[in-house]
Write a protein that binds this ligand. Structure first.
Ligand code: PGA
Length: 245
């Protein structure tokens, strides 16, 4: 059985004291969490506190990064600002609220790929796009930012239909399977066998303790990118408890 990854995208839900409180609770139940593949994505400002408070090994990632490595970019954060295992790129909230287009996302992806962190590229269609049968062409366009070679780097594609994020509206397993199969076929045509071993497929959008068990039946899913339910310790624990490996 493959190891399922749980990526906890805390968005801007937890401030520093909330993040530390979460980590204290996590530490007190380390038996449950320490043998699971978990990546926590705190707010940038809380990453150091989270790292300092963790009493066992859990991967930490950045929710976003700047297109530049360093320099005069007030208010922004470089992928090299702090040591992280992963970085989320192209999340739908970045695309819609902060108007990030494929050019920007491509630069962030490149920046992450040339750092020590592995990227999680988020893709997914809006409800309008789905209803207009545009899903595949949207996925094609969002995947067009991928480089031709991964050069040994690990890449994760998180399929997150925009209409499922924060809505409680989770697609059927059949639908997720169809979309992940489509994404996988595009990746197969882009990369040779060796690179494919370094690619994982996640699902994200309203994942919680009530639906994760059913979602685990989708064979192509290697992991989950979880938003609001991951920022509440009790909800997060109830999700992780259902992950066998
Ligand atoms: P959600 O968010 O779990 O709150 O729907 C998922 C995401 O945006 O990554």
């Amino acid at each position: 059985m493959k190891k399922i990854t749980i990526a906890a995208n805390w968005k801007m839900y937890l401030d520093e004291s909330g993040s530390i409180e979460f980590i204290d609770k996590l530490n007190s139940e380390s038996d449950l969490f320490s043998n699971k593949d978990i990546i926590l994505f705190p707010s940038h400002a809380c990453i150091r506190s989270v790292k300092n408070h963790l009493k066992f090994d859990i991967k930490i990632g950045m929710q976003d990064c700047d297109i530049h490595e360093n320099g005069a970019y007030t208010g922004s954060t470089s992928i090299n600002a702090i040591d992280v295992a992963s970085c989320i790129v192209g999340h739908s909230e970045r695309r819609s609220i902060y108007k990030e287009n494929n050019d920007v996302i491509s630069e962030k992806l490149e920046r992450t790929l040339s750092s020590d962190a592995d990227p999680i590229l988020c893709v997914g269609e809006t409800l309008d796009e789905k209803n207009s049968q545009l899903t595949e062409s949207i996925l094609d366009s969002q995947l067009s930012v991928l480089p031709n070679e991964l050069n040994g780097k690990k890449l994760t594609i998180a399929y997150e239909p925009v209409w499922a994020i924060g809505s409680g509206d989770v697609p059927s397993n059949e639908y997720i399977n169809e979309m992940l199969s489509y994404i996988k076929s595009r990746l197969k045509s882009l990369y040779s066998g060796a690179d494919l071993d370094n690619i994982k497929l996640f699902y994200g959008g309203s994942v919680d303790a009530s639906n994760i068990n059913e979602l685990l039946d989708v064979e192509l899913i290697d992991g989950f990118l979880i938003g609001s339910a991951s920022a509440n310790f009790e909800k997060f624990r109830d999700i992780v408890k259902q992950i066998k490996l």
